[in-house]
Write a protein that binds this ligand. Structure first.
Ligand SMILES: [Zn+2]
Length: 318
């Protein structure tokens, strides 16, 4: 493969499909995107094929590397569960191969983001880099000794669904199981978590003001309320900061990373929460693990997944 080779990278989100060519250095070229309209696997495959057809000069042998917001069997192209798309157990890899006429490799979105951050983002130059995203859902990826850790089937790591509470009496998660950490810190659970604080003896002005619309409360709303003195919002942020610090401490103790890249809508829209998480982390991990550790906010932003997908295609051919 020459250094001029260009990989096709596609990023499938809940709202947009984005595609670009990615050089072996991680440069993004001919970026293009389309809004997701038809969410069926065939509809998405047709949209991706159309987007890819506009990219000029791709190296066909590198195929298509595409991120999906789901746990994914990388070898077979089976998408296990993508709630944003309404997919469960969809053999999307073969469907896209037929539509685009190129080999396809699917990767979990957080794994692609992590690879991008480790290779050209905040983790550049380090061999042990972890990304933890706390947004609508909770996810992570890990590069260990320079290699993306995907597990035997490509399914790992699904840190949002490790159990923080009992799997019998804990809160119900979007995955169907009970007690997952995502059900205690994830964005889609925040309105219910705030309502629970409100109903358990710490009234929330935010809940009272929003009335019947309480279910649409966002992390930014809770952040604003906490700053303005809403006691329930403050109590919830205190509890969530401890839970996030527990999660980061667990990751730190298990992986011994040199860099942790934090991202996701909840942390990015709530600076006081992010600060409390930072302050609490040392209580959840040994100081020996923290001495050389840098915890930073993502800087590659929306491009990290595209870059990571493209670079992983280049590096698999080495
Ligand atoms: Zn879960």
């Amino acid at each position: 493969m020459t250094s001029a080779a260009k990989a096709i990278a596609v990023d499938l989100g809940g709202t947009n499909i984005r595609a670009a060519l990615v050089s072996a250095r991680g440069d993004v070229e001919q970026f293009t995107k389309v809004k997701v309209d038809d969410r069926s696997p065939e509809g998405i495959a047709a949209d991706v094929a159309r987007l890819i057809a506009t990219l000029k000069g791709a190296t066909r042998e590198l195929g298509i590397t595409m991120t999906v917001p789901s746990s994914v069997w990388t070898e077979t192209g089976l998408v296990a569960n993508a709630p944003n798309l309404g997919w469960r157990d969809v053999h999307f890899g073969p469907i896209l191969e037929r539509a685009a006429g190129l080999p396809v490799r699917l990767v979990n979105d957080l794994n692609a983001i992590t690879y991008g951050e480790a290779m050209v983002g905040d983790g550049k130059g380090e061999r042990d880099v972890v990304c933890v995203f706390i947004g609508t859902g909770v996810g992570m990826g890990a590069v260990s000794n320079g290699v993306l850790m995907e597990g035997a089937d490509g399914l790992a790591p699904e840190i949002g669904h490790i159990k923080y509470e009992s799997s019998v009496t804990g809160r119900r998660c979007g995955c169907g199981q009970l007690g997952c950490i995502e059900a205690y810190v994830g964005g889609r659970h925040l309105p219910e978590l705030l309502r629970d604080v409100h109903e358990n003896g710490t009234p929330s002005q935010l809940i009272q003001q929003r009335g019947a619309d309480w279910a649409n409360i966002t992390s930014r709303d809770i952040e604003d309320a906490a700053v303005a003195g809403d006691r329930a919002a403050r109590l919830l942020w205190h509890d969530i900061a401890e839970r996030c610090a527990w999660l980061l401490g667990t990751v730190i103790m298990a992986w011994n990373p040199r860099v942790i890249v934090l991202g996701g809508g909840v942390l990015q829209t709530a600076p006081t929460l992010a600060k409390s998480v930072d302050d609490a982390v040392p209580r959840y991990a040994w100081s020996s693990f923290l001495q050389k550790l840098r915890i930073v906010q993502t800087t590659l932003g929306d491009n990290a997944g595209i870059i990571g997908a493209g670079l992983s295609a280049h590096h698999r051919r080495r």
